[in-house]
Design a protein around this ligand. Structure first.
Ligand SMILES: [Zn+2]
Length: 310
């Protein structure tokens, strides 16, 4: 399947909405179409691009309106467009629903408008998006563990796998077409970022998908893949966990460790500077008293790594 902007039917009545190049904020979404009703997996980062997506889905959803939105996690590029899906029930894990309230669109709007170095840094990552005036629509239905939904006669299974990428990640299985929408449990072509961790939870989520009866894997960012894509992400996470753990026990500082680890082939992946956040998360899970830098410093470190010689 071509990795092009727009709606792609990956299996019967099962669609991926893709946004190349999958970098910061350019997330994917999914659409499961049943008899007279559809389910949307995730909305997008701002209202303009979410409306563009909903318009592209209209030929399909006119006969099967979106009755349910599932937010795979709390990051804005998967939920800030919720308010445009009028009348739909919004579902997420309990933890994701809580986390959504911590970073409202107005906060990113403020950072994108900030003067000086902070504003410049955020615009480097998020300057293409418009966060002003977004009214956030929060989940009305939350769950822990597993949650089964009926979508016009089709079964959709939500499985909580966080904390991993964030506090409340879930993946969405569509058993009748052997498809999974992974949210940001998979980045393909780009580097996973482990905000919450521990990395072991995320590795376990990959193992669970590798054991599942699936053929088609729609990542949160990047092109549609299969179990090979799951394996690559699993391998990266195990590599980072092992390399960071060794340096932690050797007494190396987390930021030094992030700069010390030789990424080899992984430096070809987009956003490879996320190693800074990932190593810090390993340190935090090994030592709960480890104090992580604030989010501005985290972005500064990623920027520094990606701008510097490698
Ligand atoms: Zn994302």
């Amino acid at each position: 399947m071509n990795y092009t902007l727009g709606l792609h039917e990956v299996a019967a009545g099962t669609h991926a909405y893709l946004q190349p190049d999958g970098g910061w904020g350019w997330s994917n979404a999914g659409l499961v179409v049943g008899d007279g009703a559809s389910l949307l997996v995730d909305t997008l980062f701002d209202l303009r691009i979410t409306q563009r997506m909903l318009d592209s889905m209209a030929p399909v959803t006119s006969g099967a309106p979106i009755g349910t939105v599932v937010n795979t996690h709390a990051n804005g590029d998967h939920c800030y467009g919720n308010s445009l899906v009028k009348g739909a029930s919004i579902v997420s894990t309990d933890a994701a629903a809580h986390e959504m309230r911590e970073v409202p669109p107005s906060m990113l709007a403020g950072l994108n408008r900030a003067p000086g170095e902070v504003g410049e840094l955020f615009r480097h990552f998020f300057g293409e998006f418009e966060f002003d005036g977004i009214e956030m629509a929060y989940p009305d239905t939350t769950f822990t563990g597993r949650h089964t939904l009926d979508v016009g006669g089709r079964t959709v299974e939500l499985v909580e796998v966080g904390p991993a990428h964030t506090a409340g990640d879930a993946v969405v299985f569509v058993p009748d077409t052997r498809t999974v929408f992974t949210g940001d449990i998979l980045f393909i072509g780009g580097t996973p970022i482990v905000w919450a961790g521990p990395l072991d939870n995320w590795i376990a989520a990959c193992d669970m998908m590798l054991a599942a009866d699936i053929d088609t894997v729609v990542p949160g960012h990047g092109p549609v893949t299969d179990k090979d894509g799951v394996r690559q992400v699993r391998d990266y996470l195990a590599f980072v966990r092992d390399e960071a753990t060794e340096r932690f026990h050797g007494g190396m500082d987390a930021w030094d460790a992030a700069r010390d680890i030789a990424l080899n082939g992984y430096s070809q992946w987009g956003e490879f500077g996320r190693i800074a956040v990932n190593v810090d998360t390993v340190y935090r899970s090994l030592d709960p008293s480890h104090s992580s830098p604030n989010v501005v410093e985290q972005f500064k470190r990623m920027f520094t790594l990606e701008a510097g010689p490698r």
